[in-house]
Design a binder for this molecule. Structure first.
Ligand code: IPM
Ligand code: MG
Length: 373
């Protein structure tokens, strides 16, 4: 018999619902195949939640997250807030509060490239060979959560970057353990030539490294890391870094994959873990069935790994590999001959249930009919 899991689903804004619906559909298919009992409870977050309740993370949503086994998160953000620097309430506050309240101190962002998609990246194909990186970004500390203020005259603003050693230690152990399962290389990215917090990171990592003698440790300044990610990305295995550097470098690294639409993430810590695509809400595409659901579906695979359901996660990753190898691309990848968001979701389900084989009829898929003849 399978396992029973309650999953909180927070689709959020823009294309969030489009891609999350497909991820839920895939999880449902996995549950049927392996006789698991997955239940899905939907809740509000982001601009959608502000419109309906005035709060980007209503208490009911947070309570649901806390009492669930995992959270599947879409995206938050709406242009009407981006254009208003004086907005008191912002969709992003919902995401930041959720991370803090659930104690999600580690954000894990894998970056892989597919040779079928190398042409999409502005980086040359030969540089993209063998790129396989996992970014461990600290998620509940640093400049994101340090004291912020604007002076009374409105002319001076301050953001404080603050880290306690314990905040570094807990994510460092996760990153070192992950490196041990991978290529046993860990690169700490910081700005230790300038920042006191970075010097604390370096000192702490040097101490912890003694517990992991099989892991080779590299230290790199963030400005250099930004360059190395483009000129020689295959040198990296696990990258460990603080909150803001991780935010910036993970967007940069996504360029290697050719599209943001493929990159999933997991945020883990002391409370319920959250799984979300790294892309944003892309409001222009909302509801058009054109967004790439792969990042959301791969985030669901990371959730299954987190549940210890590794074969189930492999099924999903194999399905996405198969989709890419067979040229079933969404509009972000192929703006002319593209498949719909829902068709990709259907194809993943078909693959997971072994219903594809040679029976795929591309013409029918294009017409959005059944994928199987
Ligand atoms: C991310 C996003 C968020 C962040 C925003 C939406 C607050 O860019 O998850 O990377 O900066 O952490
Ligand atoms: Mg970001």
């Amino acid at each position: 018999m399978g396992v029973k899991k309650q999953i909180a689903v927070l689709p959020g804004d823009g294309i969030g619902p489009d891609v999350i619906n497909q991820a839920v559909r895939v999880l449902d298919t996995i549950a049927k195949k392996y006789q698991h009992d997955f239940s899905f409870q939907f809740a509000l977050v982001g601009a959608d939640a502000i419109d309906k309740t005035g709060d980007p993370l209503p208490k009911a949503t947070l309570d649901l997250c806390k009492s669930s086994d995992a959270v599947l998160f879409g995206a938050v953000g709406h242009p009407k807030y981006d254009q208003d620097p004086n907005a008191k309430v912002r969709p992003e506050q919902g995401l930041l509060k959720m991370r803090k309240e659930l104690g999600l101190f580690a954000n894990i962002r894998p970056v892989t490239t597919y040779s079928a998609l190398h042409h999409l990246s502005p980086v040359k194909s030969n540089i993209l060979e063998h790129v396989d990186i996992e970014i461990f970004r600290e998620l509940t500390g640093g400049i994101y959560f340090g004291k912020k203020e604007t002076s009374a005259d409105g002319k001076t603003a301050t953001d404080t970057c603050i880290y306690h050693v314990d905040e570094i230690v807990r994510i460092a152990h996760l990153a070192f353990k992950r490196a041990q399962e991978r290529k046993r290389k860990l690169t700490l990215v910081d700005k230790a030539n300038v920042m006191e917090t970075s010097r604390l990171w370096r000192k702490t990592i040097n101490e912890i490294a003694k517990d992991y003698p099989d892991v080779e440790v590299f230290q790199m300044f963030v400005d250099n890391a930004a360059m190395q990610l483009i000129i020689n990305p295959s040198q990296f295995d696990v990258i460990l870094t603080e909150n803001m550097f991780g935010d910036i470098l993970s967007d940069e690294a996504s360029v290697l994959a050719g599209t943001l639409g493929l990159l999933p993430s997991a945020s883990i810590g002391t409370g319920t873990a959250v799984f979300e695509p790294i892309h944003g809400s892309y409001p222009q595409a909302a509801g058009k069935d054109i967004a790439n659901p792969s990042a959301a579906i791969l985030s669901a695979a990371m959730m299954l790994d987190h549940f210890g359901l590794h074969q189930e996660a492999i099924d999903i990753r194999n399905a996405i590999d198969w989709i890419i190898c067979n040229g079933f691309f969404t509009k972000d990848i192929d703006p002319i001959n593209f498949y719909f968001t829902s068709t990709i979701g259907e194809l993943v389900c078909d693959f997971v249930t072994n219903r594809v084989e040679d029976a795929i009829h591309k013409a029918n898929i294009q017409l959005r009919k059944s994928t199987i003849i």
